[in-house]
Design a protein around this ligand. Sequence first.
Ligand SMILES: *Cc1c(COP(=O)(O)O)cnc(C)c1O
Length: 219
Amino acid sequence: MTPADRLSAVRDRITRAAKVARRDLAGVTLIAVSKTQSADAIRPLLDLGHRDFGENRVQEAQEKWPALREAFPDARLHLIGQLQSNKAADAVALADAVHSVDRPSLVAALARAMDASGRRPACFVQVNIGDEPQKGGCRIGDVPALLAQARDAALPVAGLMCLPPHGLEPAPYFALLAKIAREEGVAGLSMGMSDDVETAVTLGATHVRVGSALFGART
Ligand SMILES: *Cc1c(COP(=O)(O)O)cnc(C)c1O
């Protein structure tokens, strides 16, 4: 399959799911997760008009994206991996959105970096939706306080993000994240990956993060 085939296949899956759910397709942003992919692998998607990309690591994004951005100034970069507070300034300088805001110290570091730079990337609060010890994301019970802190610090809160437990049916976790977002009055839902895009879109995802279905399996 060519990159064009892969992109249209993923777009078709999203379109079908949106139709079933009677949702406006414009309410779903496809983020092409380009972590571990070379600039040469990313460029065809940019050439095809795709603009939203996701990276896990700040350093990797710093290596790849300045040159790509020069060629495609309207490309948007989403940081989706766990973020150390000492990388907050780099993240704010580089990203259009940060999907992994998950603790008070990171909110504070991002707020400082935003105030210093004047750049204000959209922020998603990552929720440890399956209550897994090894996973990033704040505990479900801590979401209201973290959202309040983020709002007080003038972070542009766009929504909630989750990664459901690996190997389990994701629908209950997506539905739970959507419920928490409704209760907390946040609009965005960053959820759904290559294997479960349809489920996520049906349950209200506004941002789906798709890697392998667009680029092939990561090595
Ligand atoms: C890698 C990654 C994805 C994409 O996963 P695929 O299964 O390759 O689609 C989405 N979200 C996060 C946070 C990731 O790290």
